[in-house]
Design a protein around this ligand. Structure first.
Ligand code: GLN
Length: 539
């Protein structure tokens, strides 16, 4: 395709409407027509990246291959499109300002007064356009975070307004709104949508397409009425009704002709259908999966499922590919103790001990792991979960009672998990962990090797602390084997207890690389073993 096309997705009325899912769904449909597509998210907050935000603020922090701590929507983009995103795919107001201020300090503005317009808007535009040009994408979909009308989103919308003029026919704007159902009146209401579009128009942006988020199916009359009042072509008002899985959304959008309308308006061919074969096969498998598998996730933020978004998605993908329906229970680790652990986890077919930071709930993770190990329940420890596996094993099996991570106890005699040398003098908290994709060599014959089917893999990291190699010999002699290593630093990345059925921990985060079309091999292997546990229980 000659020119890159730029699609903007804005949102109105309320937040949490699922702009990321709509952007991903459209991206999927275009990709399934053979186009090269990427999606970018702008977040209107001042933090330079979400890496320093706690999960209560922002849910999970997603990590890109190039080590950027990113918004969780990038996880959706990767899972839907089976692509890898980078630092360029997630930009915050903080980063825009940081770049502009850096340039100002360098003297790049040649004595001019630096202002929101044009300098901040120019920097936003540069970040949108450079993504398309650099990697020669056919489509760049830019999701503008926040809600139209928010003070902090205004510079982004001004940048979109300017780009509409500059890009002309290569630009398309989609606005996502909410249509509430008022029970007392027995009616759905379109007024908030009309107001939201007016707000957008007052900023100089006329949307080309509207997507109405609704809990009840809207009839054609309502869609036509919205089209008329909002200056949008008839037929270009879509509805996004609640569906049982977000992975149905691309199909729901396809049925309404979302991709066709967009392609027609951009003067691109639309006569052939997108090839959604693999996607539909996945959805069919999901429908056909009747037998359940029960996974219990132990984490600090169990009351907050968004904190473990990539893990829960990876589990559900792996369950579907193993022809199982995922039954997932989340447990807050600080509520687990030796008295209730059997009652809480006894019926698990598999246990996941989640990543995390800090002391709170750590003892509950040890209890869960001890129980899982002693009862030989398939168990998967991720990052902090893996570190806890090592600590628990050192305490219970090696009888090193005070074994710990220096993150939890700097005075511990047995620092089985310790700070890396290069981390010791770091004082800045932002983007200073071991981040992004690293090589890992797997030992032949190990569980991890069998899962991946090869010795050389790459997975993403986000942590400061590491397995302390001084304890390797002792742990291995006692049955905990180190089966994955970083080839450059010799750091231990995978541990397993081969005498158990499936007891494995990874210092990396395999959940970030699992997608709908290509589920992560470790999750697949874990789920297969959990399904066997279920069968054994039923016997
Ligand atoms: N807190 C641990 C560390 O920094 C683990 C981090 C994580 O689980 N992502 O090493």
């Amino acid at each position: 395709m000659a020119d890159t096309k730029y699609i903007f997705v804005t949102g109105g009325v309320v937040s949490s409407l699922g702009k990321g899912i709509i952007a991903s769904s459209l991206g999927k449909l275009l990709q399934a027509r053979g186009y090269k597509v990427t999606i970018q998210k702008f977040d209107p907050y001042i933090n330079v990246d979400p890496g320093t935000l706690n999960p209560y603020e922002h849910g999970e922090c997603f990590v890109t291959v190039d080590g950027h701590e990113a918004d969780l929507d990038l996880g959706h983009y990767e899972r839907f499109l089976n692509i890898q995103t980078t630092k360029e795919n997630n930009i915050t107001t903080g980063r825009i300002y940081q770049n502009v201020i850096l340039k100002e300090r360098r003297g790049d503005y040649l004595g001019k007064t630096v202002q929101v317009i044009p300098h901040i808007t120019d920097e936003i535009k540069r970040n949108i356009k450079s993504l398309g040009v650099k990697s020669k994408f056919d489509f760049v979909i830019s999701e503008i975070g926040g809600t139209v009308g928010d003070i902090e989103s205004t510079p982004y919308l001004e940048a979109v307004r300017q780009l509409r003029w500059e890009l002309g026919k290569n630009c398309f704007c989609i606005h996502l709104t909410y249509v509430p159902y008022i029970a007392a009146a027995g009616e759905v209401k379109t007024k908030p949508t009309q107001h939201s579009v007016k707000e957008l128009q007052s900023l100089g942006i006329q949307p080309d397409m509207l997507v109405l988020r609704t809990e009840r199916k809207l009839n054609k009359e309502i869609l036509d009425k919205v089209a008329l009042f909002c200056n949008v072509e008839h037929g270009a008002v879509m509805q996004s009704v609640d569906v049982t899985t977000i992975y149905e959304v691309p199909i729901m959008m396809q049925r309404q002709g979302m991709d066709e309308i967009l392609l027609r308006k951009l003067n691109l061919p639309y006569d052939e259908d997108p090839n959604m074969e693999a996607w539909n096969a996945f959805l069919q498998k999901r429908k056909d999966a009747k037998k359940a598998v029960n996974i219990k996730l132990v984490g600090k933020y169990a009351e907050l499922p968004d904190a473990y978004k990539s893990i829960t998605e990876s589990l559900s993908q792996a369950a579907i590919y193993n022809n199982r329906k995922l039954e997932l229970d989340l447990y807050q680790s600080d509520k687990i103790n030796s008295d209730n652990v059997a009652e809480l986890l006894g019926k698990a077919d598999g246990i996941i001990v989640a990543p995390g930071f800090g002391q709170r709930g750590i003892e509950g993770k040890f209890e869960a792991l001890k129980y899982a190990r002693e009862n030989d329940i398939p168990t998967f420890g991720i990052c902090l979960g893996m570190q806890c596996m090592v600590i628990e094993y050192a305490r219970s099996v090696l009888h090193l009672e005070d074994a710990n991570s220096t993150e939890m106890d700097t005075m511990a005699v047995h620092k089985v998990i310790d700070l890396m040398e290069e981390q010791k003098n770091i004082t800045n908290m932002g983007a200073s962990m071991r981040l992004g994709s690293y090589d890992c060599n797997l030992k032949k014959g190990s569980l991890a090797f069998k899962a991946y089917g090869k010795t050389k893999i790459k997975e993403r990291h986000r942590h400061r602390y590491e397995f302390n190699n001084q304890y390797k010999e002792q742990l291995e002699a006692a049955g905990m084997k180190c089966t994955g290593f970083n080839p450059d630093s010799d750091l231990v990345e995978v541990i397993e207890v081969p005498e158990l059925r499936w007891y494995l921990g990874t210092q990396f985060h395999p959940e970030y690389s699992s997608t709908v079309i290509s589920p992560n091999p470790l999750f697949m292997s874990f789920m297969a073993e959990a399904a066997i546990t279920k069968e054994l229980r039923n016997k």
